[in-house]
Ligand binder design. Sequence first.
Ligand code: PLP
Length: 386
Amino acid sequence: MSLTADVQAMLPDLDGYAYFQTSGFSPKLNPVVDEVVHWLKFQSRGPALPFVNRRIEELKRDIRGKVARTVNATPEEIVMTENTTIGINIVANGIDWKPGDNVLLTNHEHPGNRLTWYNLTGRYDVELRFVPMYNDLGRTLEEMDRLIDGRTRLVSVSHVSRRTGLRLPGREVCDLAHGKDTPVLFDGAQSFGAIPIDVRALDCDFYSFCGHKYTMAPQGTGGLFIRRDRIDWLKPSWIGSHSQKSFDQDGHMDLHDEARRFEFATRSVPDQAGFGKSLDIWEGLGWEAIFAGIAAYTDRMKAALLEIPELVLETPSSYDDSSGIVTFHVPGLEAGPLSESLQQHEKVLVSPLEFAAESTRVSTHVFNSDEDLERLTRGIRRVLNE
Ligand SMILES: Cc1ncc(COP(=O)(O)O)c(C=O)c1O
């Protein structure tokens, strides 16, 4: 069987929809859902039963290891989170801000890597700087270089843009920022599971990601990589039971040395088990094959869309500068009504972008078929001829 057929065989019933919304939320594979149910039932026998407790602790260790391996980190550098935004908040609220400090974002950031920082401006008198994302990456890097100064405490940017799928040259961003003593946080919501991530090769300080998009893990799963030497640098703003090695009754505590000090209290283990299962599935199918499959499909989609007269691709044409997101517009055609019409007539799910009335985002994955793509282009042509 082909990779696409292998993955399709694990999909739930999509009710006939061509699902191009993985960048928002992916459907979940049947074995992942079964794993969640299995662990929910097992844990529900009684989390305090010794054999349940022991097995759950082993499972949590296993999953942390899998997540670490996926981004080439060590388990000690991974915080298990519930989404990308929590990881960003751990960093944002963990910096010892001084009035007049600034943070560098791009103009493509999601509210998760935006509101977190907006929130700091009033509290600590922190300035926000926005670098424009040009498809000409040399120009984007030049702008970054111009905007980072001695008061820039962090560069916090999406590795892959949620708007156009533009892929930043991660290592170059880190080299540039580190050359000015500025650490780098990548928002990896759109890159994790879609393109290879190697935090060592990137040399980033922080990398935050979620399970629920390209790895097709349950909603409410994610992780934050904190490079070993940055763990103590961050001040924990939220901690609690499980963050500590020890504490006494007089106000003293000794936190874990590892990044897991930022995890606390009771978490959903079944969801994490589903996350671990989804990573097993992708690893079993072969990450290289997955990345190559998304790339090949995305290239086919770009070529098919470009055959439509007047359609403008906003995503870079080179896959090396992009990812499994294709954003386009047709001048004069509103994206909201287009997406509604595609949904109604062709059962195609795409998403109109906010703050850009004509831009439509299509996200691809290896489960999308050529027939899905044919329906998308047929639908756009139909709307244009109406
Ligand atoms: C680039 C980016 N960052 C952050 C988020 C928010 O993700 P989460 O819900 O995992 O916090 C998204 C979600 O679409 C995103 O695209």
